[in-house]
Design a binder for this molecule. Structure first.
Ligand code: NAD
Length: 383
């Protein structure tokens, strides 16, 4: 790892194990630009990274640290310039499987968790993104963490269950009764519990809240269940509109209200909602889906402020094209084009999204709240 830059944060990165080296191939390059407060100072982007990107190995990582609380308009301009630079560099690096991301750091923010994520294979499908990291002390990890994952029977949900179980979590796996066999097999495999439940059924939020309470309250809650009913608005039936909004947005708000009322979310809980790049960029034929997923983006921003007082956080993960049953249902040609419309020129795997969820679920991730992390290979949709 090559660590450079004029800001004080570079020191912290070096303390995390970053070394100064002068030859490649490099696995990761971290550049601290937080001290940049003039256009002249921005020259560090060229001076440091012009030689460094040539030494970056295939699948390498570039992480740019920017000032999260710029002390002046000039510093704010520099910080945003760094974000724009990152997005462009990411588009150049993607064809080598390498990524670049930007982390806005508040003074005093702990670096270890985001550094470990962005500089490792865990962020393989996170490219060209900017995340804000606040100064907030990490919360303690419960001795036995209880996690809840909805839509757990397949795709991203099942990968998330396996990823959280690998960390030692006891996972309550929720999915429709029709998926009972797969759900029970997954729960048995991961030493978790299965809860067959249609989340749109009347009384489902209360039922889920009771099950969570019985399990000891939720430390991690992943709202993953979601559906598509794609059609252009003029041809869309009212039922197709209702079904998507009902599960993807209304049910999530109702479940959270039920969990809050029952006190079933433990202190320092980590909540993650599965949004979508469609909800950020819009997508023809997905007006219902995009509205539901954009709703979640607004929801986590507002709910994050409410949860912060308890040491809890809520964030959204917005996948791009991920290889699951949902995307396999897309017609072949559209699917083939869709999976290549990003800087990495390939689709992501459910495990890539699960890694981002596991990252935001960490006790050390308290500094990230109310935000959206795209796992999309820097999709050209809304990039
Ligand atoms: P998937 O279709 O493979 O899995 C979704 C799961 O939700 C299924 O197991 C399904 O049975 C369950 N489910 C559906 N209705 C339910 C209900 N009423 N109650 C309980 N469970 C229900 O989907 P996926 O691709 O793994 O997507 C997971 C999440 O990620 C969804 O919210 C989706 O919108 C989002 N997402 C996926 C992609 C992608 O490319 N696959 C892209 C962006 C966002």
């Amino acid at each position: 790892m090559l660590v450079q830059g004029p800001g004080a944060l570079a020191e912290a990165v070096r303390a995390q194990g970053g070394l100064l080296v002068d030859r490649g191939p490099l696995d990761a390059v971290v550049l601290d630009t937080s001290g940049c407060d003039s256009v002249a100072a921005l020259r560090v982007l060229y001076d440091a990274l012009h030689p460094a990107v040539r030494l970056l190995g295939a699948g390498g990582r570039v992480l740019l640290l920017a000032a999260g609380v710029p002390p002046s308009p000039q510093a704010a301009a520099c910080a945003r310039a760094v974000e724009g630079f990152t997005r462009s560099l990411a588009k150049e690096l993607g064809r080598r499987g390498a990524t670049a991301n930007c982390l806005y750091l508040e003074p005093g923010a702990a670096l270890d968790a985001p550094l470990a994520f962005f500089c490792s294979e865990r962020s393989a499908y996170v490219c060209g993104q900017a995340l804000h990291w606040q100064a907030a002390s990490a919360t303690a990890r419960p001795a036995r963490r209880i996690s809840v994952v909805t839509g757990a029977a397949g795709g991203i949900g099942a990968a998330t269950v396996r990823r959280l179980a690998a960390e030692g979590d006891c996972v309550l796996c929720v999915d429709v009764p029709q998926a009972d066999a797969a759900l029970r097999a997954l729960a048995a495999e991961t030493s978790g519990e299965a809860l067959p439940l249609d989340l749109t059924a009347p009384g489902a939020p209360a039922q889920l809240a009771q099950a969570v309470q019985r399990a000891g309250g939720a430390d991690v809650l992943v709202h993953n269940a979601g559906i598509t009913r794609d059609r252009s608005l003029g041809r869309m039936s009212a039922q197709e509109w209702d079904q998507v909004l009902d599960l993807n947005l209304r049910a999530i708000l109702a479940i959270d209200a039920a969990l809050d009322a029952a006190g079933a979310l433990n202190a320092a809980a980590r909540e993650i909602c599965l949004a979508s790049i469609s909800g950020i960029a819009g997508n023809a034929g997905q007006a219902n889906y995009a509205a539901s997923k954009a709703g979640l983006v607004g929801y986590v921003a507002a709910r994050g402020q409410q949860l912060a007082a308890r040491g809890s956080t809520v964030n959204a993960v917005a996948p791009g094209f991920i290889e699951t049953a949902m995307t396999h249902a897309i017609p072949f040609m559209v699917r083939t084009v869709g999976r290549r419309l990003n800087s990495l020129r390939q689709g992501g795997r459910p495990a890539d999204v699960a890694e981002a969820i596991a990252f935001l679920a960490r006790p050390e991730a308290r500094g990230c709240n109310g935000q959206v992390l795209r796992v999309c290979g820097q999709s050209w949709l809304g990039a």
